[in-house]
Every structure is written in C-alpha cells, then in structure tokens.
Design a protein around this ligand. Structure first.
Ligand code: ATP
Ligand code: MG
Length: 420
C-alpha cells in the first residue's frame, strides 16, 4: 500500500487480467482493420465547446458528466467523454473529406472520462473502441458497421448479446414525430425535470429507465409510424443487408439517440448478463453532426463499444479467452559465469522472436524455478558451472517434466523446433 489509491470510479489494469483487455481491444479492432478502416488518434482533451455542440447541450454527458476545466492560459477544455466529436473534428481539420475519397473510414481505441456515479460497469475512466464512416449516405455502410461489431463480439465467443435496431428518421419526418411525441408527453404525469426534457429533447424521454415513466409511455406515438418514404426505404435496405449477412437484430421503436443530428439508423448492443449496465456498445447515423461543429454536410455513421463492459460480459458468460502464453522460455543461471552466458542466450532467443524471460536477482535454483513456474513458460533453460564446462545447458519441458542437455549453440534451433 502507498498513501495513494486510484481515484474514485477508476481502476487499474494489471497482469494477468490486463491481457484480457488487450485481447478485447484487438478483437474489436481486427474486423475494422480488415475492412478499410484506418487508425486515428486524437488528444485526450478538446475544447469544451466541441463536446457541448458535438454531443449536445441538453445531454447528461454535457450537463453532468464532463470533466471541464480552464487552463492556466485561459483555454476552456474538457477531458473527452466520447470519441465521435473528436474524430470528426480531426477529419475536418485535416480535410480528409476533401481528398475525394468518401467515405473516410476511421477506427480508434482509447480512454474516456465521465463524472458518473460509479458502480459496476459504470466508471469515471473507461475505454472504448470505436469506428466512424464519414461522408457517405449508403445503407450498406450502416449494415457494414453493425456486421463488424457483431463479428467482433462473436470472435470473442460472446453469445448472449442482442442487437437493438431503430430508425430515427431525417430532417423531414423526424420533426413531425417530435411534435407528436411532445404533444403526448405534455399530457403525462411527469416530474418537472422530465417535463423540461420533453420540451428540449422529447425523444430522450423514451430512454428514461424508470419503470413508472416507462409505464406511462405505453401508447406513445411510435417513430416507425412516422418515417417518410425515403427513410422507410433506407431502413428496409439496412435490414435486408443484415438479414442477408445472417445478423440477428430486434426492432426497438423506443431506441433513441436523443440529439437532433442523429438520424436514421440507430442501434445498441446489449448484454443480458450485466444487470442495469446492459449496453455494451451503441451507435448510429449522425448526418447533421458535421454541420453542428462548423463543417460541411457530411452524412456519417459510427459506433463505440465499451471495453470494460465487454470484459464484464465475457465474465458473465464464463468465456475464457485463449490468450497466448506471455513467456515461452525461462532461463535460470546458477553462478556468475552462467549468468553472463545465459543472458546472451536470452537476448538471442528474443531476437529470434521467442518470448523469453530470465531469473534476475541472483536467486537460488528453488526460488528461480518458482518464478519459472509462475511465468507459465513451456521450457526452462538451466545452466551451472559444470554444464558450461561441457558446453551445454539443461533444457526442461515444463509440461512433461523431461529434461536433458542441449549444446549451447544448438539451443535456438532446438527451441524453434520444439515450439513449432
Ligand atoms: P449508458 O446508457 O449505460 O450510460 P451511454 O449511452 O452513456 O451508456 P455511449 O455514450 O453510447 O453510452 O457509449 C458507448 C459505450 O461505452 C457504452 O455502451 C458502454 O459500453 C461504454 N460506456 C459508456 N459510459 C461508460 C462508463 N461510465 N463506464 C464504462 N463504460 C461506459
Ligand atoms: Mg451514459
């Protein structure tokens, strides 16, 4: 223990569990890398105004959850609470959309910060892998992203997740729906804050998690009934492409992203083993966002998957990822001369790509073999003075227990052959 602890709502990733996080990030990004998405990395903080506009003044994220601060130079910044606004800002700033190659397809992976009430699956520092396809309106792009997320979760061995799908309409049909919903909400028995929300952002009321609110919402006007012909056709094609790909989804007319620039396709990945923090990822089309942050019209679609909750989902399903052994060979020198010789061998093996570790700190055989066991290495190399005099090291197979001498200059070839 030191005097300090990780700040409230945060936790450290440490071996061996941290390997699972790396594997999850890798599994989520692999299908993206395989589908034309390029890696983007943006700063951990941005102008607070970017999020105010790019996430929405009336959202919980902006009103309650943002780590905003003023720098010594007087800049108003915020730790990033999500990825989309930053990625779009970066793409616009670099004029990626002008290179004549739309859509611009980008993926990212990183830390995000929200001042939330910490609980299982809800942290103040968490990590996401996300993807954005910027500058094209094509149902195949919406379908592609959903298919890739589905593929990512399946490659991890997850089975008990569901995909919820909806369309939020566009600037033609959505305002009509918005007005109808608002009219309906005004007639309900809602608390003051919710009534205020109904005026600013009525769709978000549909997302209210409280049972008494949900009960009153039965009979609320339903978005699918209000979709214009173009949105209906678009949504139909997204669904047909998902069907053709064998991706199973559920229609959820109440699924919203409560902001005006979120349009058409909206989806969420939920996992049933996570209790109330059931959303493992979400996304959708945001055709109006670019203009909201001062860019040209660039219809876009994207998603973000939460790494922390994905790891919890793996635990809930009892999935053990097959992680590659971190160390294949562990070298144990007995004595000064052996230390020098074996350390040279270790470097040689590492250069050849064999994951190798070494017993440091001048331990005796017993302590060193304990370390070797703990490392999970398949083989150990032990050498003492007599071995060196004979020009050999003792190679032990930790699985079978077999042990025998190997000539020093044959160690690399022997291990290569044995490790395949
Ligand atoms: P929720 O409804 O649970 O608050 P959200 O709508 O705020 O989720 P998004 O902004 O869509 O979540 O973020 C995408 C994903 O990032 C979520 O599905 C979740 O997996 C993860 N995520 C969001 N907030 C947190 C958090 N505070 N702690 C851990 N993971 C989070
Ligand atoms: Mg949230």
């Amino acid at each position: 223990m030191s005097t300090f602890q990780a700040p409230k709502g945060t936790y450290d990733l440490l071996p061996p569990n941290s390997a699972t996080y790396l594997a999850v990030r890798e599994a989520i990004s692999a299908p993206l890398k395989n589908s034309g998405y390029g890696y983007v990395e943006t700063p951990g903080f941005e102008a607070v105004e970017l999020f105010a506009r790019g996430v929405g003044e009336s959202t919980d994220i902006v009103t309650k959850e943002m780590y905003a601060f003023e720098t010594k130079g007087g800049d108003k910044l915020a730790l990033r609470p999500e990825g989309t606004a930053s990625v779009l800002r970066a793409a616009l700033e670099a004029n990626l959309h002008k290179a004549g190659n739309l859509p611009v397809k980008l993926w990212y992976s990183g830390s995000y910060y929200r001042y939330e009430r910490p609980q299982k699956g809800r942290y103040r520092h968490f990590s996401q892998v996300g993807a954005e396809a910027i500058g094209a309106e094509d149902p195949a792009l919406d379908a592609e992203l959903i298919i890739l997320a589905d593929q990512a979760y399946r490659s991890l061995g997850l089975r008990n997740f569901r995909i919820l799908l909806n369309s939020l309409g566009d600037k033609e049909c959505r305002p009509v729906y918005r007005a109808a919903l608002q009219e309906f909400l005004r007639g309900l028995d809602l608390d003051e804050e919710t009534l205020r929300r109904a005026e600013i952002n009525p769709l978000r009321v549909l997302d209210d998690k409280r049972a008494d609110v949900q009960k009153q919402l039965t009979g609320a006007p339903s978005m699918p009934d209000y979709l214009c012909d173009a949105c209906t056709a678009y949504h139909k094609e997204v669904r047909e492409l998902l069907d053709a790909a064998g991706v199973v989804y559920e229609d959820d007319a109440k699924l919203v992203r409560g902001l005006d620039y979120y349009t058409r396709t909206t989806f969420e990945f939920v996992h049933d083993g996570l209790g109330s923090q059931s959303a493992v990822g979400g996304g959708g089309r945001y055709d109006g966002l670019s203009e909201m942050i001062g860019g040209p019209s660039l219809p876009s679609v994207g998603w973000a998957l939460g790494v922390d909750r994905t790891v919890l989902a793996l635990e809930a399903e009892g999935v053990d990822l097959e992680l590659p052994a971190t160390t294949s060979v562990f070298a144990v020198p007995l004595g000064e001369e052996a230390r020098r010789v074996l350390f040279g061998k270790v470097t040689e093996l590492r250069k050849a790509g064999i994951a190798t570790d070494f017993s440091y700190g001048g331990k005796g055989l017993k302590g060193a073999m304990k370390n070797a066991n703990r490392s999970g290495a398949r083989f150990t190399l032990v050498a003492g003075e007599r071995d060196l005099a004979d020009g050999v090291v003792q190679l032990k197979d930790m699985e079978s227990g077999e042990q025998g001498p190997v000539a020093l200059d044959a160690v690399l070839e022997t291990l290569k052959a044995k490790l395949g």
